[in-house]
Design a protein around this ligand. Structure first.
Ligand code: OOG
Ligand code: NI
Length: 438
């Protein structure tokens, strides 16, 4: 049995390499990372409500956009070796965007604590291109893409066959994966076709006119996003006016995000035997701050508040959030010795156990994304704001078919983890009772 490198180490190496690469490609990203680092370390705290600043220091999410169902399948296979799995289905067509998406991420909070890298991955919906001739052209273009290098492909197969990669293979794999996400400065299409596809939708052009899914943004996590937003403006970074997601609160919930606009990047467009030069605008900078994960009831209240624009009905006290079952909690044993004897714990409620100081309850971090915020992020980086005519034709089945299996249900993951943590602390207390009784 060969010694496999743990998948989180590969995920960490992958995230580090992407970060270095993106710093080179988009220098303003380096400024953003620096700014976030300063805010996080000057916050005077060692953790947010949920997570240690050690985790935050490395925490990023990235985003890519894919052209073909086969590509989504390949990305799933590649990321699985890094311990990243598809969670959630985000349909952005109601927001007028011709994409549907998932987020690849670790499934458990302990895996997140090791390295919390996520990749928001969208599949462009070519079926939504209204012009028949343009759609055909787009399909011909993307048929030329081969987004995974032969070396990376071989290592995916090795990893799948053996059930893991050795440290050596893993390092080669992560290095070879960089080519998939690199900005090459070269288009797949002529400038004329590029302009025609831009006319259809700039988001489609960003995908079908390029040879690979260049990383679109990398997002560090910040403790205080309001402070970061002001700092961005002070440094002359063109931040969005509005922070996406819930308003500033005492008890942070879900996800708040802000971004700065995409840069103009030079591109060589093939023209016959030569090349034409042009400019493409897609890649940008974003920062996020994360709060507590909401239960289905909490999510429904959030959606209602979002559509009315009034968050005053959303409780902003952990006790109320708990009592009304709006937030998911994780349970852990405190240091307090337990002197109880048999069946005492069994008759105590969770609240009583907490009040007795026997267990801690901590809000769980929201590890996912928000479709309305994501649509806002997508949109703020499109030069023209084209509403897509395609309309509300959710196609989750097709998405999961392309992926090669169902996406994980985020709510189920939170529920399972919350429940398992409670069971574990109760079991631990009962063991003490048994020992006390003996
Ligand atoms: C993805 C936009 C969504 C987020 O943070 O909500 C996203 C994209 O622009 O490809 O990354
Ligand atoms: Ni993002």
């Amino acid at each position: 049995m060969p010694d496999f490198v743990p998948d989180w180490k590969l995920r960490q190496s992958f995230a580090d390499k992407l970060s270095l690469m993106y710093r080179d490609e988009v220098p303003a990203y380096g400024d953003l990372v620096e700014l976030v680092g300063e805010i996080n370390s000057s916050s005077g705290e060692t953790s947010t409500h949920q997570d240690s600043l050690v985790r935050l220091g490395d925490e990023r999410h990235g985003a890519i956009r894919l052209a073909l169902p086969e590509e989504l399948n390949l990305i799933r296979r590649a990321l699985r070796l890094l311990g990243m799995h598809p969670v959630g289905y985000y349909d952005l067509s109601p927001a007028g965007l011709p994409v549907h998406s998932t987020a690849f991420r670790p499934l458990t909070s302990s895996d997140m604590e090791r390295n919390a890298f996520r990749l928001f991955t969208s599949l462009v919906r070519l079926d939504q291109i209204s012009s028949d001739s343009l759609r055909k052209q787009a399909e011909e273009l993307v048929a030329q893409r081969a987004i995974i290098s032969p070396q990376a492909m071989t290592l995916i197969e090795v990893g799948e066959r053996h059930g893991g990669l050795t440290a050596n293979e893993g390092e080669q794999f992560v290095t070879s994966l960089m080519d998939t996400f690199r900005w090459r400065g070269e288009a797949l299409s002529s400038l004329r076709v590029y302009e025609a596809v831009i006319g259809e939708h700039p988001l489609v052009a960003d995908v079908v006119c390029f040879p690979n899914p260049h990383i679109n943004h990398l997002t560090p996590r910040v403790v205080d996003i309001d402070q970061a937003q002001s700092a961005m403006l002070a440094r002359g970074l063109p931040a969005k006016e509005k922070i996406e997601g819930p308003p500033k609160r005492t008890c942070p919930i879900l996800l708040r995000q802000t971004a700065f606009r995409a840069l103009d990047e030079n591109v060589r467009f093939p023209e016959g035997t030569g090349a034409a030069s042009g400019v493409h605008t897609a890649r940008f900078g974003e920062i996020e701050s994360r709060g507590a994960a909401l239960t289905p009831k909490g999510m429904a209240l959030y959606d209602a508040c979002l559509s009315s624009g009034d968050f005053s009905n959303f409780p902003d006290d952990w006790k109320d959030l708990k009592r009304e079952q709006l937030v998911w909690f994780r349970y852990s044993r405190t240091d307090k010795p337990w002197s109880g004897t048999l069946n005492t714990v069994q008759d105590m409620s969770v609240d009583e156990l907490v009040s007795a100081g026997l267990i801690n309850e901590t809000p769980m971090t929201y590890e996912d994304f928000l479709p309305v915020s994501a649509a806002g992020i997508f949109r703020s980086n499109l030069k023209q704001n084209v509403e897509f005519a395609g309309g509300e034709t959710s196609n989750r089945t097709a998405f999961e078919q392309a992926l090669g299996g169902p996406v994980h249900d985020a709510m189920q993951l939170y529920a399972d983890e919350s429940e398992a943590s409670l069971e574990a602390v109760i079991k631990a207390l009962k063991q003490v009772e048994t020992a006390n009784n003996a």
